[in-house]
Write a protein that binds this ligand. Structure first.
Ligand code: NAD
Length: 270
C-alpha cells in the first residue's frame, strides 16, 4: 500500500469521515491510532478494528492530545502523519435569531474543537513528527472553509480559521513537515452540533432531506459518503505522491466551487 509501515494518528477517528480514513489507512499498510471523545464510538471501533490504538479524550485538551501521541509512539515506534479531523457543527444557527449568550457559548465550544483542537494536536504531535521520516499533517476542512451557507457563521468561521492554520503551519514547519487539508462537502455521517446550541444529540443522519440537499448543491449531483474522501488523505499523507505538496486544500465536494448559478450542473442533458 501507499502508506506501508507508516504511523498515523487520527482525531475523531471513531466515526464518520475519520473512521473511513482509519480504515483506508489500514488498507494502505499504515498503523493507525485514534483520539476520540465518544465512549460509544470507541467501543464499536475497538470491536471492529482491534489493532487500532485508541485514546479516549477531548481534542481541546492539550494533555489529552499528548496522551494520544504518547500511546501512538509507544505502540508504533513513531508518528509520520497527524490527521486533525474531530469537529462539531452549528446546524446553520443564524446570528439574527440566536440569543447573544447562546451564540457566545457556541463560538467558544466550536472554536475549541474545530480550531484549538487542530492547533493543540499539532503541538502535541510535533516532537514525534520531527523525529520521523517524511512527516505530514492533514486537516479535515469543509466546503464551509471557502463558501457561506455550509453552516452558520460560527462553523463557517471555524473552518475558514483552519485554512489559516494550514497556511501558517505549512510555512512554520517547512521544510520538515508538509501541511495540507481535505475539504469535504455534505457527507452522510453522525456529525453533532454544539451543546451550547442544544444540538449535542442532533445528527446529520436524522435530517431526512440531507441527501437531497447535498445532491442539489454539487454539480456532480452526488451524495457523499465518508469513504469518498479517503483517497485525498492517502495522497496527502504519501511521501511518494505528495513530496511537493504543502499548504493546499483538496476540495472533495462534487465540484461545489464550479456550481452554476441557474442550475448546479451545466451538462445535465449530456
Ligand atoms: P462524526 O460525528 O461522524 O465524527 C466525528 C468524531 O469526532 C466523533 O466520533 C466524535 O466523537 C469525535 N469528536 C467530536 N468532538 C470531539 C472532541 N472534542 N474530542 C475528541 N473527539 C471528538 O462527524 P464527521 O462528519 O465525520 O466529522 C468529521 C469532520 O468532518 C469534522 O471536522 C467536520 O466538521 C468535517 N466535515 C463534515 C461534513 C459532513 O457533512 N459530515 C462536511 C464537511 C466537513
Amino acid at each position: 500500500g501507499w502508506l506501508d509501515g507508516r504511523s498515523a494518528l487520527v482525531t475523531g477517528g471513531a466515526s464518520g469521515i475519520g473512521r473511513a480514513v482509519v480504515e483506508r489507512f489500514l488498507a494502505e499498510g499504515a498503523r493507525v491510532a485514534v483520539l476520540d471523545a465518544s465512549a460509544e464510538n470507541i467501543a464499536a471501533l475497538r470491536k471492529d478494528l482491534p489493532d487500532v490504538v485508541v485514546t479516549e479524550g477531548d481534542v481541546s485538551s492539550f494533555e489529552d492530545n499528548e496522551r494520544a501521541v504518547a500511546a501512538t509512539v509507544a505502540a508504533h515506534g513513531g508518528l509520520n502523519t497527524f490527521v486533525g479531523n474531530a469537529g462539531i457543527f452549528d446546524y446553520f444557527a443564524p446570528v439574527a435569531t440566536t440569543p447573544g449568550a447562546t451564540l457566545s457559548g457556541s463560538f467558544d465550544e466550536i472554536f475549541s474543537v474545530n480550531v484549538k483542537g487542530y492547533l493543540l494536536g499539532v503541538k502535541a504531535s510535533l516532537p514525534a513528527l520531527l523525529e520521523s521520516s517524511s512527516p505530514s499533517i492533514v486537516f479535515t476542512l469543509s466546503n464551509g472553509a471557502f463558501l457561506p451557507a455550509g453552516g452558520g457563521s460560527v462553523y463557517t468561521a471555524s473552518k475558514h480559521a483552519a485554512v489559516g492554520l494550514i497556511r501558517q503551519l505549512a510555512y512554520e514547519l517547512a521544510p520538515r513537515v508538509r501541511v495540507n487539508g481535505v475539504a469535504p462537502g455534505g457527507t452522510l455521517t453522525d456529525l453533532r452540533g454544539a451543546s451550547a446550541l442544544g444540538q449535542a444529540e442532533t445528527s446529520l443522519r436524522d435530517a431526512a432531506n440531507f441527501p437531497d440537499l447535498v445532491r442539489a448543491t454539487n454539480p456532480l449531483g452526488i451524495v457523499q459518503q465518508p469513504a469518498d474522501h479517503t483517497g485525498s488523505y492517502v495522497l496527502l499523507a504519501s511521501p511518494e505522491n505528495a513530496a511537493a505538496i504543502s499548504g493546499v486544500v483538496i476540495n472533495s465536494d462534487g465540484g461545489m466551487q464550479v456550481r452554476g448559478l441557474a442550475q448546479a450542473a451545466g451538462g445535465a442533458d449530456l
